[in-house]
Design a protein around this ligand. Structure first.
Ligand code: HEC
Length: 157
């Protein structure tokens, strides 16, 4: 082996492994975005009928209300791990996202809004164990306000 070859091969190998690392990171970011969008979709699916019941658009069904409130409380903590670094609008990944770059400017506020949703959903699930329908209805609005508040600040459209 000539003395010149080893560093060249090493450099070529390094370049290949760097490329591989970069593209697998990009794939991870894309997957994280898809994951969180799916989880947010699950939340929306669960809160839909709760909201319709709270507003009297469909008949109040205590059993369905309790089940959905529990589902919502279980899902509320899940989407947030999908907001990985490099996954916001303008970050150059491969998936369309409505997540505004403003999230990176105030991660603390974004996280406190996640926490608010988690807590309000837990309160809703607790209330759903009882029979105070007025309080349950009011609490659905409290949960929905946490969705809206975050969307107004951090979601496009
Ligand atoms: C802490 C902030 C925050 C809270 C709280 C929040 N969202 Fe969102 N939501 C977002 C962001 C940011 C996006 C954009 C995600 C993306 O496109 O990658 C989004 C997107 C969505 C989407 C679209 C998902 C898709 O398929 O692209 C739905 C549906 C949704 N949210 C429903 C809800 C509901 C329902 C609640 C309350 C129960 C809620 N969100 C609470 C920040 C929040």
């Amino acid at each position: 082996m000539t003395p010149m070859r080893t560093p060249l091969i090493a450099a070529a190998t390094l370049a290949v492994s760097l490329t591989a690392a970069t593209s697998s990171q990009a794939a991870d970011v894309d997957k994280a975005i898809e994951y969180r969008q799916d989880a947010l979709g699950v939340m929306a699916w669960q809160i839909g009928p709760l909201s319709d019941m709270a507003q009297g658009k469909i008949e109040f069904d205590a059993e369905a209300f309790t089940r959905r409130a529990e589902n919502l409380a279980a899902v509320a903590p899940l989407p947030w791990e999908g907001f990985v670094e490099g996954s916001l609008q303008g970050d150059g990944h491969g998936v369309e996202t409505d997540a505004l770059s403003a999230i990176a400017d105030d991660r603390e506020d974004f996280e406190s809004r996640q926490q608010a949703l988690i807590e309000e959903s837990a309160t809703l699930a607790e209330l759903a164990q009882g029979d105070d329908v007025t309080a349950m209805r009011r609490q659905v609005a409290a949960v929905a306000n946490t969705c809206k508040g975050c969307h107004d600040n951090y979601k496009a459209e």
